[in-house]
Design a protein around this ligand. Structure first.
Ligand code: MG
Ligand code: ZN
Length: 226
């Protein structure tokens, strides 16, 4: 019993040290972003929640108002980067070679090829995962969590850490809520119980419904502070 207890303490220690090392690199990223005057969002969510669809819509809607660059985190393929580039943003694919989340070091590598000063907004699309993406600071200004109605309305209760760590919640695929038997108000209510400061948008990236509020929020984030 004592043995396994001490082993557990060691595992926790290593995990803490790993996150500490990540936070140091994230702080360096944050300084680089601030020096370049670029705002950064980290988009989180399950595979199929609509993260890339949100990025495509956002780039198409805002590309005349601001310069947007995108880092696409994926385990394999460059499909998402191709979609986003077709929408009109500079896109860099960051393949994680099997890893199920981005860390600050991967982002540092990805932004080497991006002229940050020439951009107003950097969108980082994380690997589709509601678990281990949550604790990794990438140096972003805001974490944006995308959940979609076909995933069900029980996600806040089942994955509380990612709801607590996020700044914005986008409930996507409103157009499918009824067919999926998903109670959108329950998602909103339970998410806000976990994190009362969450900013919530209910949208459909397919039809465009509800996205104006999201665009306004992003525009304010990017506007220079006086
Ligand atoms: Mg994607
Ligand atoms: Zn992971």
């Amino acid at each position: 019993m004592k043995r396994s207890g001490s082993r557990r303490r060691i595992v926790i220690k290593i995990a803490r040290r790993m996150l500490q090392a990540n936070d140091d690199v994230a702080a360096t990223n944050r300084r680089a972003f601030a020096a370049a005057g670029v705002r950064v969002i980290n988009i989180l969510g399950s595979p199929g929640a609509g993260k890339t669809a949100l990025v495509e819509r956002t780039v198409r809607a805002l590309r005349r108002r601001m310069k947007i660059a995108v880092v696409e985190g994926d385990i394999a393929t460059s499909r998402d980067a191709e979609r986003v580039a077709a929408a009109g943003a500079m896109a860099v694919q960051m393949n994680t070679a099997g890893a199920c989340h981005l860390n600050a070091g991967m982002v540092a590598q990805a932004i080497e090829g991006i002229p940050l000063k020439k951009h107003d907004l950097l969108i980082i699309e994380n690997v589709g995962n509601l678990v281990c993406t949550a604790p990794f600071d990438l140096g972003e200004d805001a974490k944006v969590l995308v959940v979609s109605t076909p995933e069900g309305d029980d996600k806040p209760a089942k994955y509380p850490a990612i709801f607590r760590n996020s700044n914005v919640l986008i409930i996507n695929k409103l157009d499918l809520a009824k067919a999926a038997g998903c109670d959108v108000r329950r998602i909103r209510r339970e998410a806000l119980e976990l994190n009362p400061r969450l900013i919530v948008f209910e949208v459909s990236c397919r039809t465009g419904r509800g996205l104006d509020g999201w665009y306004d929020w992003l525009t304010k984030l990017v506007a220079p502070r006086r």
